[in-house]
Design a protein around this ligand. Structure first.
Ligand code: HGY
Ligand code: MN
Ligand code: MN
Length: 437
């Protein structure tokens, strides 16, 4: 029953939540022992589900179940196990655990009572009989989606999408540790990361279940929704440099205070966001040097995360905020260095997969399947450059996410289990009918 499978998913999410690099908070950065432990646990569950597992050179974990003959293109299901700082337990793990559940149900390792009779075997299909699918199934854990440690988002999935650039090896974290060193800590091979790119013919498509991280489903009283797009996202850094000085002996009108320049710019970022239709702009991190209470800040480094459904609007907003940083720096006698780290275009999801996913949700829940745009970024964004992508949103309590209060009901997890079962059945039936043509 879906509810039994959902109970196992909830228990496993609890187990994963205990793997953190911080005491009292859930934090799993790329290259941390906590993430390695979470990947090892997921790999064990994949093997118990009957999957052949492998790691690629950046540290992505892939479990594969062959279809009716070896080497068929794969439907990839999954998400990520890295987290933001002081995270919740469902952002990422929900998609990973549903993927492993689906593979177990298909391979027979799951021994589930309703183990997915294939669509054209008809409703009388013997629950214990499992007809091999006309495609392979891959359960995937991308090595780093959040970009908490290095200034990149979607590290693992952008390799799959063939967007790896070896220059990224020189990226450094806040402690000056290079991405190259972190790849080695993950057990990866910096020289072979590019080999992780998936040829377009290898993948039939991507389907990720993820908490909505918003309140639209909760307000509608519905458990599941189909995602239509992900808004575009830019990540930048503004580094303001003034002059450190004595807090007690430097007159107020003789200062070149880097922090105040950054603070004035941060308020400008807020004003831009408030004025822009559908624009969201966030200064999430501000570091100050030397960081002593009796020293005028010499350096202030401010991050920018800016998003909008329309790419031209987003690019114009980034350019305007870069210009604002320059103008504020000039007015305060400081300098500013501007760096753009990522530019991820708005994503169009596969109409075909959206339709099958919507049909699966409606058939299994008996309710409508709303179509929602995603404000949050997901691995589907880079993947959309090389395969059809789809996402299933699952209701989460109060829409809270990137917060330890993240919460999903067991009933909604069960609804997602049943919807993914049906989606895979419908996709199999569609693929078989194409093969018969
Ligand atoms: O930032 C995001 O939208 C996602 O959580 N990585
Ligand atoms: Mn996520
Ligand atoms: Mn997230």
């Amino acid at each position: 029953m879906s509810s039994e499978r959902a109970a196992l998913i909830v228990a496993r999410a609890e187990e994963l939540a205990g793997l953190s690099e911080e005491v009292g908070a859930l934090t799993r950065r790329y290259g941390s022992q906590a993430l390695l432990d979470a990947l090892a646990l997921a790999e064990r569950w994949m093997r118990e589900a009957g999957l052949a597992t492998r790691r690629d050179a950046i540290g992505n974990l892939i479990g594969r179940l062959e279809g009716e003959r070896p080497g068929l293109p794969a439907l990839a299901l999954g998400s990520h196990l890295d987290t933001v700082r002081d995270a919740g337990r469902w952002d990422g793990p929900l998609g990973v655990l549903l993927a492993i559940d689906q593979a177990a149900a298909r391979s027979g390792a799951g021994d589930s009572a309703d183990a997915c009779p294939s669509a054209d075997a008809g409703p009388s299909a013997d629950a214990g009989r499992r007809r091999a699918l006309p495609f392979a199934l891959e359960a995937v854990v991308f090595a780093d989606e959040e970009g908490l440690r290095f200034p990149t988002a979607y590290l693992g999935s952008h390799v799959w999408a063939g967007r790896w650039d070896a220059a990224e090896l020189a990226l450094t974290d806040a402690d000056g540790v290079t991405l190259e060193a972190a790849i080695r800590a993950m057990g990866g091979d910096p020289a072979r990361v590019g080999e992780g790119a998936r040829n377009p013919g290898e993948l039939l498509g991507w389907c990720e279940a993820h908490i909505e991280q918003g309140t639209r489903l909760e307000r509608a009283g519905l458990p599941l929704a189909v995602v239509t797009t992900i808004q575009g996202q830019s990540r930048c850094t503004a580094t303001f440099r003034g002059q450190a000085g004595h807090a007690g002996t430097t007159a107020m009108d003789a200062r070149r205070d880097a922090l105040l320049a950054a603070a004035e710019w941060a308020l400008g970022v807020e004003a831009k966001g408030l004025a822009g239709d559908g624009l969201v702009a966030t200064v999430g991190r501000l570091s100050v040097e030397p960081g002593a209470v009796n020293v005028i800040p010499g350096v202030a480094v401010a991050s920018l995360d800016l998003r909008h459904p329309d790419d031209a609007t987003r690019h114009a907003a980034v350019a305007s905020l870069a210009a604002l940083a320059q103008a504020i720096a000039a007015s305060r006698g400081v300098t500013v260095d501007w760096a753009q780290h990522t530019d991820n275009a708005a994503v169009a999801f596969s109409p075909r997969l959206q339709e099958l996913l919507g049909q699966a949700v409606e058939e299994t829940t008996g309710s409508a399947a709303p179509r929602l745009a995603s404000g949050a970024g997901h691995d589907a964004a880079p993947l959309s450059r090389s395969t059809d992508v789809s996402m299933l949103f699952v209701r989460c309590k109060g829409g809270i996410s990137h917060n330890p209060a993240e919460s999903v009901s067991g009933d909604d997890v069960a609804a997602a289990v049943a919807a993914v079962d049906r989606f895979v059945d419908l996709l199999a039936a569609a693929e078989r009918s194409i093969a018969r043509e």
